[in-house]
Design a protein around this ligand. Structure first.
Ligand SMILES: CC(C)[C@H](C(=O)O)[C@@H](O)C(=O)O
Ligand code: SF4
Length: 475
């Protein structure tokens, strides 16, 4: 008997195929969603739609909600949401989840945090899943070989009612990263560099698969950082084929899988692009020699190495690129051609779904241990979740931060987008481990420089943008 060889498929194609309930037309499929995550911010209208039409939620256990964005992060144990509209959003989420039987990490839950930090740490994200959420950073889950992406509010309603989504299939991009990152250079630096090179729209319309020796060497938490920020290059998803490290990460957090270990391992083995699979777009990068990266402008692709300079306007293509650089320089108050290192900062924010995990806090603490925050600088450390906060305290990292003069706060999105009361004043310059440096994102008129946790900690102790590799780790 002869069998016809199958056309080689990308990992992305396999994930789409295995979740396609029906083909709608040439470009769109009806996609089954294994897990739908929700927050207080993008779910209210969707629930309102369900009530209006008298619809139910058929698979409530395949939905999970987390209060993420509006929650205060004051160090006090009792978390009262003073802002009335925000308090209403949180209480509505509670009511809606109770009504439809959807599990919720509520305001007072010790495990509450940022949705993208909470979901994987409880084993909810597994290789081969489709995970969606009314939030753009859902691309994070590609780190475990799950297809994650953000959806709009009307789609949230559709998913609640049917656990499916009308989905336009994306193009496939392959980004191979050769070489190895040097000591002190992280996944954050790599993804900032990639975004700087391909542009904030460089992966538009594509789901990106990362591979290569530099990717294989990344920890799972570093892979979360990488996939999380792929959306800042416009990607509709990011994927890394799950390896032994990814499988160990999931197995350690999903005790229910132990009984199905053999079956899971067999199924997950196929979660890789077949040899010869065709990608629509290919890029190659070399990780060796990369320096820590910092953004200088108001878009994540306006980035330079810490030992580099801001661009000269005359060197940029005449047109939108030069115009947006000119506007960014006016907003950030920096001069074209100036060195990045040495720029004074007044605030440091360590947290977010990009860099608010335990490894991030360890990296920041390593530099802050035995040092003091520079005079006049305010440093907020906001763990990504209650579990991260507890783990950090168990290791004594809270003492390191407090002894250095940082604030050790409760979990939430916080100053990543300043939707709670963690807001910067106009003109304040912030070294931030977050993912978006848009105008006004951390407060009207405030200036954001994106960087890794180690780089943010170095800025905290020197009061300036500083190459973290020049500071010794004190015992
Ligand atoms: C509030 C939410 C819709 C938004 C997102 O989709 O990303 C937020 O999380 C952000 O990071 O800007
Ligand atoms: S931490 Fe920032 S990027 Fe992540 S979900 Fe919250 S606001 Fe969005």
């Amino acid at each position: 008997m002869t069998t016809t060889p199958r056309t080689p498929r990308t990992l992305y194609q396999k994930l789409v195929d295995s979740h396609t309930v029906a083909r709608l037309d040439d470009e769109n499929v009806l996609l089954f969603c294994d897990l739908h995550l929700m927050n207080e911010y993008t779910s209210p209208q969707a629930f309102a739609g369900l009530y209006e039409q008298g619809r139910g939620v058929p698979l409530p256990g395949q939905n999970v909600a987390v209060v993420s964005h509006i929650i205060p992060t004051h160090p006090t144990a009792i978390r009262v949401i003073a802002d009335a509209p925000s308090a209403l959003q949180a209480s509505n989420l509670n009511k809606n989840c109770e009504h439809f039987g959807i599990p919720l990490f509520d305001t007072h839950d010790p495990l509450q945090g940022i949705e993208h930090v909470v979901a994987p740490e409880h084993g909810l994200i597994r290789p081969g899943m489709v995970v969606i959420c009314g939030d753009s950073h859902t691309t994070t889950y590609g780190a475990l070989g799950a297809l994650g992406f953000g959806i709009g509010t009307t789609e949230v309603e559709h998913v609640l009612a049917t656990q499916t989504l009308a989905y336009r299939v994306a193009l496939a991009m392959h980004i191979r990263v050769n070489g190895q990152l040097a000591t002190g250079v992280t996944a954050k630096d790599l993804i900032l560099h990639i975004i700087g090179r391909i542009g904030a729209q460089g992966a538009r319309g594509h789901v990106v698969e990362f591979s290569g020796p530099a990717i294989d060497a990344l920890s799972i938490e570093a892979r979360f950082t990488l996939c999380n920020m792929a959306v800042e290059a416009g990607a509709r998803g990011a994927l890394i084929a799950p390896d032994a490290a990814a499988i160990d990460y999931v197995m350690a957090r999903a005790p229910d899988l132990a009984a199905h270990r053999a079956a899971a391992l067999t199924a997950w083995q196929d979660l890789r692009s077949d040899p010869g699979a065709r990608f629509d777009t290919e890029h190659q990068f070399d990780a060796s020699g990369l320096a820590p990266q910092i953004t200088w402008g108001t878009s994540p692709d306006q980035v330079a190495p810490i030992d580099g300079h801001l661009p000269l306007l005359a060197d940029l293509a005449d047109g939108p690129e030069r115009q947006s650089a000119r506007r960014a320089l006016a907003y950030t108050g920096l001069a074209e051609g100036a060195p990045l290192a040495g720029t004074p900062i007044q605030h440091v924010f360590i947290g977010s779904c990009t860099n608010g995990r335990i490894e991030d806090l360890r990296a920041a603490a390593a530099l802050l241990r035995g040092r003091r925050v520079a005079a006049g600088v305010r440093v907020m450390v906001v763990p990504g979740s209650g579990a991260v906060r507890a783990a950090a305290e168990a290791e004594g990292l809270d003492r390191v931060f407090l002894d250095a003069g940082c604030e050790w706060r409760r979990p939430g999105c916080s100053m990543c987008l300043a939707m709670n009361d963690d807001v910067l004043a106009p003109g304040v310059r912030c070294a931030s481990t977050t993912n978006r440096n848009f105008e006004g994102r951390q407060g009207r008129g405030a200036i954001t420089h994106l960087m890794s946790p180690a780089m943010a900690a170095a800025a905290a102790v020197t009061g300036r943008l500083t190459d973290a590799r020049t500071l010794e780790i004190l015992a």
